[in-house]
Design a binder for this molecule. Structure first.
Ligand code: SF4
Length: 701
């Protein structure tokens, strides 16, 4: 008789990729890990192809299992011991800080790091390194919506209501969002909405997979969403569709907005954006007459140098219609990265301390300094936003050393060639990753770190729901967790003991400290415990008391502003930072494809995903292609004032003839961010990824 093998190991966890954080079970049998979809409120048993294949990277041959060192500029990376690698980092940090001050070292984090890592990274920068220069790639993801939400509502939580509300909306307006490709299981909620007779309206310059399912598709010129929003409010105003009681009781500042949008005539907005007045009217009426109406923005509206004001225009519309806080209604932002929400709450953002506190708030500083056991006057002040930080690297006044966790800016940064040259100018670049990303290829030291299925922790999804990430297995020999790396570096750099013990690599202990640091802040996790998360489907912040309720729905009775009211703010359209001209007559915009996630460093290595989307491409309208003499599949050059990309043309009538599109997942010649503009929003620091001026020409073979 055959003897039974060892029982399979299992872990109920969540997908490592996007902010939907789909529930999945990992099962390991004889060393082979399979992914099983798991019922969870966000995915309801669904996964996209990225989730289905996520385990493939755990045992991938490209996996790093030993530190790598570069002995001299231009030399090759070579294997090294952990001691040698950590010593090199510590010596490098001490040298540049001795010569140039504390801020000579900078830290760059990521929106995929767990809450514990985001928290520990912020503490490491401000307590161990005592640098003010820390920011992260989430700056390029949700910062415009975060700033606009905070400005209007006094708090930023991507969705201030559970995702299941989408299925009950009578009218749902999606602006610059393409969940059918970026987070497909979310479409189950939209299918519910359609089954119940709800209307879906999509605003997008492209006929995306999501737009194809809409009852109404508004296809504006890129960069004109703000004007579209103001026109919708103008129509609601002139047709008497506002919720006057709500505006009077729950908001301030409407009169100025009323005066601003009074001059925003729909006919003029049609000329500017290309959206017919009839469609604007139909949209305004569908929103205003619905019992339950929801407006959602995503990167298409937000990744602009006027991203904060664009989101503000849609929030103004939502407030004027009385949506925020009304059951089943509201405004929300579809956060993109896996921990895009939690990643912006715990202190890896340049202007924030844990609990989503402002770093320039004396009360917040005193509280966090107390938890960390450091004198408050030793706590550094605000840093600078991500692009500004990267653009200063290696300059005479800028940082000389950079530590990168969970990010690949060589592919994902705007004006990426310039960022690449800045990274090359550093005295010391340290990258912690589990693969040799394009950024790791430039590093002086690469540290091999654990993957998502090899460590415990928490994530906070796009609803503000705190989830448990659970380890299936130990990291392979030679690999350490990010928390262990930070603890090791702290122990070597700083022998003094802190009450907060930054040398702890235990995620549960780090989370306990995070709870204390966040207590009383806008994102209050004091009542969230791992045990509590385990007994339910997560816990929504704010949750200040362990035995008290959490908060799935915000703004029901009041807003967390000093007077309890939401704030209108007048905003007006302004042109893109870079207008088209004779030399660069076309608009260029970027986005994602179903098979790949962010810079593609992970998904490009997964066989099925690589086969599904093997390389970059440029979408052109057939009319434009005919004018340019380009056939489908021809190699084209897309040239901006900053650089160019080369990729095959993909002819499609789903894009406007004045606009070209490329996905941003690939490095090398097809790198879309070689072209993008580094103009940034003055409030959020968000770069203008979504529009710049280009010309397109057939590439010579
Ligand atoms: Fe779900 Fe996003 Fe993972 Fe796809 S990538 S399975 S949508 S969490």
């Amino acid at each position: 008789a055959t003897r039974p093998g060892p029982a399979p190991r299992q872990a109920a966890t969540h997908c490592p990729y996007c902010a939907l954080q789909c529930g999945m079970t990992l099962r390991e049998t004889d060393g082979r890990v399979e992914v099983l979809p798991r019922q969870f409120p966000t995915n309801r048993g669904g996964l996209c192809q990225k989730g289905w294949t996520a385990a493939e990277l755990l045992d991938h041959p490209d996996r790093l299992t030993t530190p790598l060192l570069r002995d001299r500029p231009g030399g090759e990376l070579r294997p090294a011991s952990w001691d040698e690698a950590l010593d090199r980092i510590v010596t490098g940090i001490r040298t540049v800080q001795a010569g140039h001050g504390r801020d000579a070292v900078a830290v760059f984090g990521g929106g995929g790091l767990t809450n514990e890592k985001a928290y520990a990274l912020g503490r490491f920068a401000r307590v161990t390194l005592r640098t003010r220069l820390i920011d992260y790639n989430g700056r390029w993801c949700m910062s415009s919506a975060a700033a606009a939400g905070t400005r209007a509502f006094g708090i930023d939580r991507g969705l201030p209501f559970p995702l299941t509300d989408l299925g009950h909306a009578d009218t749902l307006l999606l602006v610059g969002a393409n969940p059918a490709e970026t987070m497909p299981p979310l479409m189950r909620h939209l299918a519910d909405q359609r089954r119940r007779g709800g209307r879906l309206i999509v605003v997008d310059p492209r006929v995306t997979a999501t737009a194809r399912q809409a009852d109404l598709h508004l296809q504006p010129l890129p960069g004109t969403d703000l004007a579209v929003a103001n026109a919708l409010l103008h129509i609601a105003l002139t047709e008497g569709l506002l919720d006057r009681d709500y505006v009077a009781a729950r908001t301030t500042g409407f009169d100025e907005v009323r005066r601003t949008v009074a001059g925003c005539l729909p006919a003029e907005v049609e000329r500017l954006s290309g959206v017919p007045v009839a469609d604007l009217e139909a949209t305004a009426r569908a929103l205003a007459t619905a019992d339950r109406a929801i407006i959602l923005t995503a990167r298409g509206a937000e990744q602009h140098a006027k991203g904060v004001d664009t989101v503000t225009a849609f929030i103004n519309l939502a407030l004027a219609l009385g949506l925020p806080g009304r059951p089943g209604s509201g405004y929300g932002c579809l956060t993109g990265q896996g921990n895009g929400q939690g990643g912006r709450e715990h202190g890896q953002k340049a202007d924030q301390l844990p609990g989503y506190r402002r770093i320039d708030d004396p009360v917040a500083r005193a509280h966090v300094a107390g938890v960390w056991g450091v004198p408050v006057d030793e706590l550094p002040g605000p840093g600078v936003p991500a692009y500004e930080l990267l653009d200063s690297l290696g300059t005479p006044e800028g940082p000389k050393a950079l530590l990168v966790l969970g990010s690949n800016p060589v592919v994902s940064a705007p004006r990426a060639a310039r960022v690449e040259s800045r990274l090359r100018a550093l005295d010391l670049l340290v990258v912690a990753d589990f693969l040799r990303s394009e950024t790791a290829e430039l590093a002086d030291v690469v540290l091999p770190v654990a993957q998502w299925a090899e460590e415990d922790g928490t994530m906070t999804n796009l609803e503000g729901r705190v989830l448990r990430r659970r380890a299936l297995r130990e990291p392979p020999p030679g690999v350490r967790t990010d928390l262990a790396v930070l603890a090791d570096l702290t122990a070597r750099l700083d022998a003094s003991a802190h009450p907060s013990d930054p040398r702890s690599a235990d995620p549960r202990a780090v989370f306990e400290e995070l709870r204390r640091a966040s207590a009383g802040g806008p994102a209050d996790y004091a009542g969230v415990t791992w045990d509590r998360i385990d007994t339910d489907t997560g816990v929504f912040w704010p949750c200040p008391v362990v035995d008290g309720p959490d908060t799935p729905r915000l703004f029901v009775d009041s807003f967390p502003t000093p007077d309890g009211r939401a704030r209108f703010r007048p905003v007006t359209h302004r042109p893109a930072a870079e207008p088209v001209d004779a030399a660069h007559p076309l608009h260029f915009t970027t986005g994602r494809v179903l098979a790949h996630y962010q810079s593609g460093a992970q998904t490009r290595r997964v066989d099925a995903l690589r086969r599904a989307a093997p390389g970059g491409f440029v979408e052109l309208h057939p009319d434009l292609a005919a004018r340019l003499g380009v056939a489908d599949g021809d190699e084209v050059r897309v040239v901006s004032r900053r650089g160019e990309l080369r990729a095959p043309a993909r002819l499609t009538p789903t894009i406007r003839p004045d606009t070209v599109f490329a996905p941003f997942h690939w490095p090398g010649a097809a790198r879309a961010n070689s072209v993008t503009n580094d103009a940034v929003d003055p409030v959020s620091g968000m770069p203008e990824f979504k529009i710049c001026a280009v010309r397109v020409e057939r590439a010579e073979p």
